[in-house]
Design a protein around this ligand. Structure first.
Ligand code: ASP
Length: 629
């Protein structure tokens, strides 16, 4: 019963037809979303990537088409030839874009049948994600997924166009290459022609983009695939896509300007106006104000409430006087019962050597003045939930004593980050009450809604919904107390601040990196830096990182050589495309915006990868597998 396509050509997409098309002869092709059999009339909802049109098979008009219609099942592929007509007033469907019309079929071709899919693309919520991933081709037919990938395409195109307009050239760099030190594990590919040797997949195009600057390209970009063998999370995949760029002779602000422009263009492509310039905050300020280096600015930050307490108060409350005392505020939560408060306690990370006070009534009884002052300092309104976080003298964290002048100590950071984590966890829990995240959901929905018929649509404002922020002045080194050594906080090509260069070997604690992150809504979108362009400084950095000359030459000899041949000052950035699309799609995970993602267990369920390979393949690659039994 399967028909040939023959010479038939599609005239319209299913989602395009409106009342104005009434009377036109059309040819539609697509999948049967639903079939309703009303005896002599059979209705098919025909779906393609643009939407759905209703096809009517009238037994009197096309008896053979109607007979085929009786056999048709969901997901059959059909072509319908017919005339667009207005629906009777009582059968108009205002929920459908094409709800005013239907197609009275004069010919119906069944182009293919379909096995019964484990779920229908017409279902809204499919609970079992594993089934979705195994039958990804069916899953991707869902309107929501079609929307996400249309959005992804539009965003990528806008970024490409924008960067091209800003003078950047798109240049591809190798996938089979040598290890790039981004701090993750490499994926290795054995070489057949060089027994026992391996290529690494790039963790990023970092070294190549720097070499492209040495090569005189001035401005490079690439929508680049990166590979990092890490444990997976909702916002992390083994392979992901970066908007990667590098430019010659920039200052930090030059890179910010470029990135802001393409971000504005990307958001505009999704129907959102993103105001630029984005705010800037130093790493230290970010830790103090938000307890993390990727602040979610949609909610109030942390407030220093140390001035609300006397030393005696703090002694009585068993609070470490030398450490910060901060308050976090979640708006509109209302008063919580003791049980409700206790349910929140597991969300607090005790191991950070911090403690918290969330029973305000009790605090107000014992320390009435302090309690009033805390709420005042935190600008807390009546229904706002306020929690104080401070250092616990009874639980000092291990790295407690590393205090270097001019720098936040590990213990201070511990208190701030304990407060920051509690803030984000509680914000998630009380999202319904404070409503800050709903603003983002509403903006996403509004931006995705089709323009009203015949009219244009104003872009949606990002204000309160998408809050970007630059984080600057990260410390160059982190102290690893376990091995009593300063370790790099970033990849080793990151330049130190020019002002701090003299302290590189003498006082590493004081050295700030010339690097920056872009965060939005609590998500790190990416990072970049001004690079080291002098061989002597690069060698010094390797040295200060404990990389011996020999090792540096083995791993990066080609790059150190390249640095000798007239390297311009240069810098750049890489932002995660998948994360940007995830935000603009309002998706809960990267898997919703990557066509063929891996599961949390690093498996591609559709193609069933990874798998074992044949003995011959292994032999050719000079590899023997030794599995522990
Ligand atoms: N290569 C860096 C990364 O992947 C970004 C950069 O420094 O440009 O995070």
């Amino acid at each position: 019963m399967i028909d040939f396509l023959g010479n038939l050509e599609r005239t319209h997409y299913c989602g395009e037809l409106r009342a104005a098309n009434a009377g036109q002869e059309v040819v539609l092709m697509g999948w049967v979303n639903r079939r309703r059999d009303h005896g002599s009339l059979i209705f098919l909802d025909l779906r393609d990537r643009t939407g759905i049109s209703q096809i009517v098979l009238d037994k009197d008009l096309i008896p053979d088409g109607h007979a085929k219609g009786e056999q048709i099942r969901p997901e059959y592929v059909v072509a319908a030839v017919g005339k667009v007509r207005l629906r009777a007033a009582d059968s108009i469907n205002p929920k459908m874009d094409t709800g005013e019309i239907e197609i009275a079929a004069t010919e119906l071709l069944v182009l293919n049948d379909s096995a019964l899919a484990p779920f229908s693309p017409s279902e809204d919520a499919i609970q079992n994600e594993e089934v979705r991933l195994k039958y990804r081709y069916v899953d991707l037919r869902r309107p929501e997924m079609q929307h996400n990938f249309r959005l992804r395409h539009d965003i990528m195109l806008a970024i490409r166009e924008n960067l091209s307009k800003q003078g950047f050239l798109e240049i591809e760099t190798p996938i089979l290459t040598k290890s790039t030190p981004e701090g993750a594990r490499d994926f290795l590919v054995p070489s057949r022609v060089h027994p026992g040797e391996f290529y690494a997949l790039p963790q990023s195009p970092q070294i190549f983009k720097q070499i492209l600057m040495i090569s005189g390209f001035d401005k490079y970009f690439q929508i680049a695939r990166c590979f990092r063998d890490e444990d997976l999370r909702a916002d992390r995949q083994l392979e992901f896509t970066q908007i990667d760029l590098e430019m010659s002779f920039p200052h930090q602000e030059t890179v910010f300007g470029v990135a802001e422009q393409f971000m504005v263009a990307a958001f505009a492509a999704a129907g959102v106006t993103l105001p630029a310039p984005f705010p800037r905050i130093t790493y230290d300020e970010s830790i103090r104000q938000y307890g993390c280096d990727k602040p979610d600015m949609r909610l109030p930050g942390l407030v220093d409430v140390r001035p609300a307490f006397t030393d005696e108060n703090l002694d009585a409350l068993k609070i470490d006087k030398a450490l910060p005392v901060v308050a976090l505020r979640i708006p509109n939560v209302g008063e919580l019962s003791r049980k409700e408060r206790e349910d929140n306690h597991p969300l607090f990370e005790l191991k950070k050597g911090a403690k918290f006070i969330d029973d305000f009534k009790r605090l107000a009884k014992g320390f009435p003045e302090a309690a009033v002052k805390v709420r005042e300092l935190a600008a807390a309104a009546e229904g706002d939930f306020v929690i104080i976080v401070a250092g616990d003298p009874d639980h000092p964290v291990k790295a407690s004593d590393t205090k270097f002048p001019g720098r936040l100590s590990e213990r201070e950071i511990s208190v701030y980050t304990a407060a920051g984590n509690f803030r984000t966890e509680l914000a998630k829990k009380y999202a319904d009450k404070h409503g800050a995240f709903a603003t983002t959901d509403e903006a996403v929905k509004e931006a995705a809604a089709p323009a009203p018929q015949g009219g244009g649509k104003l872009p949606v404002s990002a204000k309160g919904a998408f809050e970007p922020i630059w984080i600057t002045d990260f410390p160059m080194f982190e102290y690893d107390s376990a091995i009593a050594k300063w370790m790099p906080a970033h990849h080793p090509f990151t330049a130190p601040h020019e002002d701090d260069m003299a302290n590189l070997l003498t006082d590493p604690a004081s050295v700030r990196a010339n690097c920056y992150d872009l965060a939005m809504n609590g998500l790190e979108l990416g990072s970049g830096s001004i690079r080291i362009h002098r061989k002597d400084v690069q060698q010094q950095i390797f040295q200060s990182l404990g990389i011996s000359d020999e090792e540096a030459h083995k791993r990066f000899g080609f790059f150190l050589d390249a640095l000798e041949y007239g390297t311009p000052p240069h810098g750049g950035i890489a932002l995660g495309l998948d994360r940007i699309v995830m935000l603009l799609a309002g998706a809960p995970s990267l898997r919703e915006v990557i066509a063929f993602p891996k599961t949390a267990k690093a498996i591609d369920l559709m193609v069933d990868a990874p798998t074992t390979v044949t003995a011959e393949q292994l032999k050719e690659l000079h590899i023997r597998v030794a599995l522990k039994s």
